[in-house]
Design a protein around this ligand. Structure first.
Ligand code: AMP
Ligand code: MG
Length: 430
């Protein structure tokens, strides 16, 4: 008996020029394959040395070797007294030990002398531990003091409340690595190691073109049939947030000649983003124009929702993305496909967003075999991360994207998910 599958793929009874073979209509590619194709084309950009205060959010283009110890010397972790542990051995509440205070060591002002038996030096947090001392008694644990004498009622272990030289970062260690994103804390590490400049990746230059007869700027009058150009602003923000430089080129009507002219002038960047006009409508001219201009198409249409019409191609070293015009589709395809390309050009250690698991607070019904990215709101309570959807998932509903703090990722092979099921979520930056 012949099964259904082999019947449906047997075209032998149809004259060959009438057959639409599967490969001709299934041009949609899988999301992973699409991302691989993009990352394969994204080259790591060159490096430049920057002053620390210009390097925030840049990616490191070198491993950072500690040329100094941090802290540079043994210092006190508390306000108190530097003492010899040995002197406190017999100390107890009933029989406190009395020590003579012979001087002071505060942050930046080193005590020059040396401690001998039954002596103490007043120390402030960050003050150098004087020679001869090997532990610090916090001021709160000193029983009675006058200016010259203190009483200690407990044993202080050697090393107590002392930060040793190199305890935080040891000389010759590698506290930061190529590909690390320079956060404020990492800039602090560089500064504490004495670096004034750092080698970082050049930021990718991303040009943005929006297309559509209906688009007008936020400041202009809205006539019949027109809508505001929101993609221009969302995409510029996303580009900058991903660490690249955004340049908005123009909003172009759906006229072949004008689109051609706009794109021809914009192929001289690292990434060109064009929104709108990549679907199957009569005025979706972008793909044709890209092909006429010599952009090599790598794929068109991905098995995802939203964002199916995504186009990707290359022109020399430029990556060219045709993003769907629907604001949510443009946003999601940017996050899933353009952002990884930017991070890859920046040589970043990771090119994905933060992925977590959460418990679904409601049922999700899915009727196709696409990968879905559902706008979600994740909340944590009682040690559990839960997620619900933002409501409407229309790809035009930009307000629901603005409400979301994550995308719920539903794999291709999953249909319905009941409430209480564990799902993967991708956190959005806020
Ligand atoms: P398209 O991909 O050109 O077929 O556009 C799909 C939908 O997205 C249409 O409703 C467009 O009006 C809308 N759209 C396209 N470009 C933009 C844009 N730059 N800003 C806001 N909406 C847009
Ligand atoms: Mg359009």
């Amino acid at each position: 008996m012949t099964d259904r599958l082999s019947i449906s793929s047997d075209f032998s009874y149809i004259p060959s020029d009438h057959i639409i073979r599967p490969e001709q209509f299934i041009h949609m590619i899988n999301a992973d394959k699409a991302l691989d194709t993009i990352l394969n084309e994204a080259r790591v950009l060159s490096a430049e040395k920057l002053k620390l205060r210009k390097a925030l959010r840049r990616t490191l283009a070198e491993d950072v070797v500690a040329k100094e110890n941090v802290p540079p010397f043994d210092c006190s972790a508390m306000d108190g007294y530097a003492v010899r542990s040995d002197d406190t051995k017999s100390a107890s509440e009933r029989k406190p030990v009395t020590l003579i205070v012979i001087g002071e060591s505060s942050a930046g002002n080193v005590f020059k002398g040396k401690l001998t038996a039954l002596q103490a030096v007043r120390v402030m947090t960050g003050g150098t531990i004087p020679k001869g001392a090997d532990s610090v008694v916090p001021v709160e644990q000193v029983v009675a003091t006058d200016d010259e004498k203190i009483q200690i009622a407990a044993f202080m272990k050697p090393g107590a409340h002392i930060r040793n030289a190199g305890e935080d970062i040891a000389r010759d260690s590698v506290p930061l690595q190529t590909g690390d994103l320079l956060t404020p804390a990492k800039l602090g590490v560089l500064a504490s190691l004495g670096y004034t400049k750092v080698k970082t990746r050049v930021r990718p230059h991303v040009k943005i073109i929006t297309t559509g007869d209906e688009l007008v700027s936020p400041g202009a009058k809205l006539s019949a049939g027109q809508i505001r150009n929101s993609n221009r602003y969302t995409l510029s923000g996303l580009v900058e947030e991903a660490g690249a430089v955004a340049e908005f080129v123009a909003s172009i009507p759906d006229k072949r000649k004008q689109i051609r002219k706009g794109i021809a002038h914009s192929l001289d960047c690292d990434i060109l983003l064009i929104t709108g006009g990549v679907s199957v409508g009569k005025y979706d001219l972008v793909k044709d124009v890209l092909s006429e201009l010599g952009v090599q198409a790598k794929f068109w249409q991905v098995n995802i929702k939203p964002g199916k019409p995504l186009f990707f191609g290359t022109f020399e070293k430029t990556l060219v993305f045709g993003l769907p015009g629907n604001p949510v589709s443009a946003h999601v395809t940017f996050l899933e496909f353009v952002r990884p390309a930017i991070l890859s050009m920046l040589g970043a250690t990771s090119s994905t967003g933060v992925m977590l698991h959460a418990i679904l607070d409601q049922q999700i019904v899915k009727r196709d075999a696409k990968r879905h990215f559902i706008r979600g709101i994740a909340t944590s309570g009682n040690g559990v991360l839960r997620v619900s959807t933002t409501g409407t998932q229309s790809s035009g509903a930009l307000s629901s994207m603005a409400k979301a703090n994550c995308l719920i990722v539903i794999p291709e092979n999953v249909t319905s998910l009941p409430k209480g099921r564990k799902v993967t979520i991708e956190m959005l930056t806020s």
